[in-house]
Design a protein around this ligand. Sequence first.
Ligand code: ZN
Length: 322
Amino acid sequence: MSKEILGIHHITAICGEPQTNVDFYAGLLGLRLVKRTVNFDDPKTYHLYYGNGVGTPGTILTFFPWPGVGPGRLGTGQTTATSFAISPGAIPFWTERLSKAGLEFEAPVSRFGEDLLSFSDPDGMQIELITSAAVNPSKAYAEGPIPLEYAIHGFHSATLSEEGFQQTSSLLTETLGFKLLKQEGNRFRFSVGAGEPGTTVDVLVAPDEPSGRVAGGSVHHIAWRTADDAQQLEWLKELTKLGYNSSPVMDRKYFHSIYFREPGGILFEIATDPPGFAIDEPLDQLGSKLVLPPWLEKVRSQLEAVLPPIQLPTAAPTPVTP
Ligand code: ZN
C-alpha cells in the first residue's frame, strides 16, 4: 500500500467578524491571507485562508466568519488547541508582542521539553506557539510583517480532546500511519514523522470534561495531507472498508477532500497537496481580492453586496528588539 498521511494539511475554524479575524491572524500573528473566497456550501459567507507566503499545506488555517455567532464550548470530541511552530528563542518576542496588543496569556510553560505560549484569539479559539529546534524556514511567511527568526513556521501540532483513547489511537496508528511517540500525564503525542512540526498531533484524554459544541471560536475540522488524488482514493476505499461513513471526494478548488468522523467524534478530512492557491490568482496577489469559483461568478455582484468589506492590515514591519 503506497498511500501515506504526510501531516497536518489545514485546520478550519469558525469565527465572528471577518475584519477582527484578519486583524488578528494577518496583523498580530503575521500570517499571509492567501485566499479571500466564500464558503462553497454557503456562498453568502466568506472563507478566509491564512498560511505562509504561498499557503503550503501544513501552514493553512482557515475560517468561516459568521458575524454575530455565539461562542462554542471547548470539550471532548473537538480539536481544542491549534499549535504553531516557532524557533527556539522566539518566546520573548511573542510575549512582548502579545502584551503590547493587550492580549492576556499565561506564562510560558514546558511540554515535552519544548516551550509553549498559550492564548485565545478574539473569538476564544485556543492558540499555542510552541518552540521547536526542527522548524522549517520554508513554512514561514518570509516576506511577512514578522522578522523570519520570530515568525510562525506553519503548524507545530494540534490537540484532540477525547473522552476515550483506544479507538482514536487505533485509527491514528493502525490506519493513518501515526506512531505513539510519548506521553505526559493524559496527553499522548503521535506523529507520522519523528515528531517534527506539522507531523504531530496530541490526544488529550479527558473523560470528565463535557463534550464540545462547535460555534464561534471552535475548530470545525482538521485535515491531513495526502500527496495526490490517487492516494486519496485509496484512503476512501480503506476507510469505507473499515466502516467509516466518508463523504465522496469534494472539489475544494485548492485541494480535493474527503471527510469522516473519527471514533471520538472529531471531523477529520484528508486533503490533497495539489493544486494549491496559485490556481486562480498570481502568487503575488494572493488574498488581495475576492476570488470566486466559476459557478459563482454570475452572482458576484449579489455576493459582494452582502459580504462585509475587509481590509488587510497595513504591513508595518515589526521593530526587532535586541
Ligand atoms: Zn477542510
